[in-house]
Design a protein around this ligand. Structure first.
Ligand code: ADP
Length: 402
């Protein structure tokens, strides 16, 4: 029996997983990764090795009632049967919101679950889905150590002022402040930046995590000092379907003048805005790029996305007191050559210049000249979860050995 860690990232109808060997004293090592999709309907399972080769796949028809619980139990039994028997010794979960209570990864117990449930209103799109597999594991695999790893925790290094809204004190005391998100991604980038650019790792860096969710983070010597996301995962840059920063007055207009319910307003801001809302076409950057020459709405959505990124970078440069370099990551940051080129063109004032040939092949260094360097670094949030899970369990070696 080979002990492994499972890393889970659960969505409304999907469950992404990665399986790590966790030899004593060494970095967790990815063995397999896979996903269940279409959960609750016609579900599909696939698993790949680290080279991307398909190892196994399965499909269930919509009548089978195959949901998150069935997926988790299937995964555990699949691991025990596929090739050498592998037995999960712990599960690490991505949990989007840790609120004020959690400044780092935590071993999950009933009290932790209850605290995490109180944070559902702060991340209604993600938190309930993150909590579901945690409850399932407690019920179906009692005794299995579970660790919650938070997207908010990395930003705890920010100053009190950077985290404040100019709202009455009572609201701050109720936890209304800027938490910031994508912390697992920024943690990873901060941990590997020295391998790309040791000088930059000690300097003032802006990391652009541009995916379906998008945000920027200002790092000073590897620590977060400011970010574009705030109290909820709605703030900051426009995203695939989320609006990013809007004047709070817009919400009152939606409620009072448009007579929308809070739920309807929330749905518009979270799921019908951003690239999808502006283009009226798609939240997928690949689709928008393919239509940018022929469709004015696709072009408008991309132009707004890039404009907001460059403007917010200006704000973070001010917070950092200068800029020593820029990092692109996330699905768009890692893959969309044109977005990177357009953002760098908008930062000529800060001394950035593009190396077009390097940008076309994804760098990793995509800047030219003697100004601040720009890098493309693929993120790895799952490895951070595996590291953190291992770190929490490190205090309980008996559980790892069992
Ligand atoms: P999530 O925030 O859900 O993890 P990702 O980081 O996977 O999202 O990013 C998804 C985004 O990345 C989508 O807008 C998608 O179009 C974009 N993307 C992925 N691959 C490419 C590519 N080759 N070229 C341009 N955009 C891409």
């Amino acid at each position: 029996m080979i002990p492994v860690l499972i890393v889970l990232n659960a969505g409304s109808s999907s469950l992404k997983f990665q399986v790590y060997d966790a030899p004593d004293g060494a970095e967790p090592r990815l063995v397999w990764k896979g996903l269940y999709e279409g959960l609750g309907g016609s579900a599909h399972f696939l698993v790949k090795d680290t080279g991307g080769s398909l190892l196994d796949e399965m499909t269930w028809s919509s009548g089978d009632g195959f949901g998150h619980e069935e997926a988790l139990m299937h995964l555990v039994s699949w691991l025990s049967q596929f090739r050498e028997e592998r037995k999960p010794v712990a599960i690490g979960h991505r949990v989007v919101h840790g609120g004020e209570a959690f400044s780092g990864p935590v071993l999950i117990d009933e009290a932790v679950i209850q605290t995490l449930e109180t944070l559902v209103p702060l991340a209604p799109l993600h938190q309930p889905h993150n909590l579901e597999p945690i409850r399932i594991v407690r019920r179906r695999l009692p005794g299995m150590p579970q660790v919650a790893c938070f997207d908010t925790a990395f930003h705890q290094t920010q100053s009190e002022i950077a985290r404040m809204f100019a709202l009455p004190r009572e609201m701050r005391e109720r936890g209304v402040k800027r938490y910031g998100f994508h912390g697992l991604s920024y943690d990873y980038i901060a941990s590997v930046l020295k391998d790309y650019d040791p000088h930059l790792a000690e300097g003032r860096v802006i990391v652009a995590h541009l995916g379906n969710g998008a945000s920027l983070c200002a790092l000073n010597k590897g620590a977060s000092i400011a970010t574009t996301m705030g109290f909820s995962a709605l703030d900051g840059l426009p995203m695939g379907t989320r609006c990013g920063a809007v004047d709070a007055g817009v919400v009152f207009f939606m409620l009072r003048e448009m007579k929308l319910s809070p739920e309807e307003a929330e749905r518009i801001l979270y799921t019908k805005s951003g690239l999808l809302g502006v283009s009226g076409l798609s939240n997928d950057m690949r689709v928008l790029r393919s239509k940018v020459e022929t469709n004015a709405d696709a072009k408008r959505a991309i132009d707004l996305f890039v404009y907001r990124i460059t403007r917010e970078i200006g704000s973070l440069v001010a917070a950092l007191g200068g800029l020593d370099g820029l990092v692109f990551t996330g699905g768009i940051g890692e893959n969309d050559v044109a977005t990177r080129a357009e953002v760098i063109a908008g930062l000529a004032w800060a001394g950035l210049a593009l190396n077009e040939a390097a940008n076309r092949i994804g760098g990793p260094r995509i800047s030219a000249g003697s100004g601040p360097p720009a890098w493309v670094i693929p993120t790895n949030e799952e490895l951070v979860i595996a590291r953190q899970t291992r770190g929490v369990l490190g205090a309980m070696p008996a559980k790892l050995a069992s």
